[in-house]
Design a protein around this ligand. Structure first.
Ligand SMILES: Cc1cc2nc3c(=O)[nH]c(=O)nc-3n(C[C@H](O)[C@H](O)[C@H](O)COP(=O)(O)OP(=O)(O)OC[C@H]3O[C@@H](n4cnc5c(N)ncnc54)[C@H](O)[C@@H]3O)c2cc1C
Length: 588
């Protein structure tokens, strides 16, 4: 992407079209990015997979030594500034690494927690002294990081935590008391970013860099988890822990800003990781389907197995397109400015997209894991087969980095806030559309042209719903969570469909697309429109009076209707490509 490419603002995809040659697609990754991806894959294959069973048993010292090996390869240094021992590469590099780390099972959580939520608070909010003291050692994993926000009584409502910090009488130490829950890497981390309320005051919610060696810090037992057993998860208990005054991160009262910005940066990588795991599952399932014989033929020859493989693949393709489009947007906004504060602002700009890829990535992964297991039949239920572990490991992604419910609520909320502040023209666009409903025509034609029109209609409908809900409900939209979530769903599938269409047309323009690329877009869009139709009717029936709703319902049908086409045949084509490759066929 050239520097003068018009870059969309966060959320602007709803009201403004992109040209296919302005978006980042995996097929265009340069050699450096491919090399980083390859290094990560080799690390996983050579170092992690052979010891997976031992990692799952939490063998003492093993995770730490693997983290140090990853440090030697530079995998923790990607987002750390050069002057503190890092490489400060484009965000795309860290997304590609996140994607490839998915093959590390539960150890993926360990490594990601270390170099993302365990390290980035210091990168983005530390002062020079703190950065000098901790970042070079975090980059090599000489010390291991963790992030301690959640408490037994405060999860999604993170600011409701009870952990307190009080300045000592001599003013030299913060004295921390409280308990944190579900802390990844707690079994061996050396440095915790801990959130606490100064004097118990919610307005003074703050972050502190707390070393394990500080007296009074202890950890609970390892949680007995359903999955990601290869990661350490414990409570962290603070009993009059004396934290040097200079270990306050940022300023008193900045805790919420630090906490939420760091979770936001974690989200786009989590989305990428879910795409990586989905790709892995598609490969495993395709191979198994070819080997397993029933009724005298491989189960891969059955329509229902092919349908599953096709669905797993086309949904992964759509989210993958959204993930890397987002990476391109963030990196284009960052440009050559390496200042961490500027970088953070650019990531925050795309917070809506980050939430979208977190939710969609984790839900597509749960779908592929579930269908991948189903393809294995009873064997999928056995611990002798890798898919059993992957199924259990996948489930956590809908829960951490902000649950999918919380992220769904964030999406319309943020879009409306940005519109009301004049940062995005969404409400004005919605009003324009509402005034000119007669101009909106149903989609026509076939193939990619039909798909384009349907996606444009999906975006229009989403804007109409957003505007209509804002007008009818105002501030109450927050309480009408079901309506807000349906709008979020519409925003999400519109973004994924738009991204997949743009990627495919870009590949077609370059002469490197296959008919299977087009098939995936067509089927994805066809399914999206059916869902959008239902979500929109449901939402409108909730917030409009029945008289007003009548015309809205007819618009919804007009915008989503199209002549049906042969999706069965298209899915079979997709499945054929997957079975031939015995893998996700569109990996970079
Ligand atoms: C394995 C694992 C590792 C973790 N690692 C870390 C870590 O390293 N550091 C850390 O700080 N935390 C960590 N967490 C905590 C994680 O971030 C929280 O579990 C998560 O934020 C949800 O909080 P909760 O579990 O208390 O659920 P709750 O907040 O109690 O939510 C329960 C349900 O209610 C829903 N809900 C809550 N509020 C609302 C609302 N306003 N509207 C609608 N629905 C709502 C939720 O979506 C969810 O479905 C980890 C958790 C696990 C399980």
């Amino acid at each position: 992407m050239s520097a003068d490419t018009p870059v969309l603002k966060g959320g602007e995809f709803l009201s403004r079209a992109s040209e296919p040659d302005t978006i980042l697609v995996p097929e265009d990754f340069n050699d450096e990015i491919r090399m980083i991806a390859q290094t990560t894959v080799e690390f996983i294959q050579n170092e992690v997979v052979p010891v997976m069973d031992r990692l799952e048993k939490l063998e003492p010292g093993l995770s730490e030594s693997l983290l140090r090996k990853a440090g030697e390869l530079g995998l923790h240094a990607l987002e750390i500034p050069e002057e503190y021992g890092g490489a400060n590469l484009p965000k795309l590099a860290s997304m590609v690494v996140a994607e490839k780390l998915a093959g590390a099972g539960g150890f993926n959580t360990t490594i990601s927690a270390h170099h993302t939520i365990g390290t980035l608070p210091t990168v983005y909010f530390g002062n020079d002294e703190q950065k000098k003291k901790y970042l070079p050692r975090l980059a090599t994993a000489e010390i291991i990081g963790a992030y301690a926000l959640t408490e037994p009584q405060a999860g999604s409502d993170a600011l409701g935590g009870r952990t307190q910090a009080v300045l000592s009488e001599d003013g030299q130490h913060w004295i921390l008391n409280g308990t944190k829950m579900w802390i990844t890497n707690a079994g061996f981390a050396d440095l915790f970013t801990v959130f606490a309320k100064v004097d118990g005051d919610r307005k003074k919610f703050s972050a502190f860099l707390v070393e394990r060696s500080f007296e009074g810090l202890s950890t609970g037992h390892e949680e007995k988890k359903m999955g990601i057993k290869a990661s350490s998860t414990r409570q962290v208990i603070f009993d009059n822990v004396r934290v040097p005054r200079e270990n306050l991160l940022g300023e008193v009262g900045q805790g919420a800003k630090i906490a939420f910005n760091i979770l936001n940066t974690g989200r786009f990588k989590l989305g990428a990781g879910c795409v990586g795991a989905s790709k892995q599952i598609i490969g495993i399932a395709a191979k198994y389907a070819k080997e397993r014989v029933q009724f005298g033929v491989p189960i891969a020859s059955f329509g229902l197995i092919q349908e599953k493989l096709a669905e797993m693949t086309l949904r992964t393709y759509a989210v993958e397109s959204a993930v890397y489009r987002t990476a391109g947007l963030i990196d284009a906004a960052i440009g050559n400015n390496k200042d961490p504060q500027h970088q953070l602002k650019c990531i925050e700009e795309y917070a809506v997209e980050c939430s979208i890829i977190k939710v969609m990535g984790s839900e597509v992964l749960d779908y592929t894991a579930d269908e991948g297991l189903q393809i294995h039949g009873g064997y999928g239920y056995s611990q002798d087969y890798e898919i059993e572990r992957i199924y259990r490991d996948s489930r956590i992604n809908r829960i951490y980095e902000g649950t999918n419910e919380i992220n769904r609520l964030i999406i319309p909320d943020m879009l409306l806030k940005r519109s009301l502040r004049g940062h995005l023209p969404l409400l004005a666009e919605a009003e324009k559309l509402a005034k000119n409903l007669g101009d909106i025509s149903p989609a026509e034609g076939s193939g990619m042209e039909l798909a384009r029109q349907l996606i444009d209609n999906a975006k229009k409908l989403t804007l109409l719903l957003l505007g209509g809900a804002a007008q009818a409900l105002g501030e109450n939209l927050r309480q009408e969570q079901e309506v807000a979530a349906r709008i979020a769903d519409m925003v999400m599938v519109s973004y994924a469909a738009d991204s997949a269409w743009l990627r495919t047309v870009r590949l077609q323009n370059k002469g490197v697309a296959s008919p299977v690329h087009e098939a995936m877009v067509q089927v994805y869009v066809e399914e999206a429109m059916a869902k959008i139709n239902r979500w929109a009717h449901e939402a409108v029936a909730r917030f409009q009076s029945s008289e007003q709703a009548k015309s809205f319902h007819s618009i919804i049908d007009r915008l989503t209707v199209h002549v049906p086409f042969n999706t069965v045949e298209l899915r079979r084509q997709i499945a054929e490509a997957v079975l031939k490759a015995e893998a996700y066929p569109f990996d970079f």
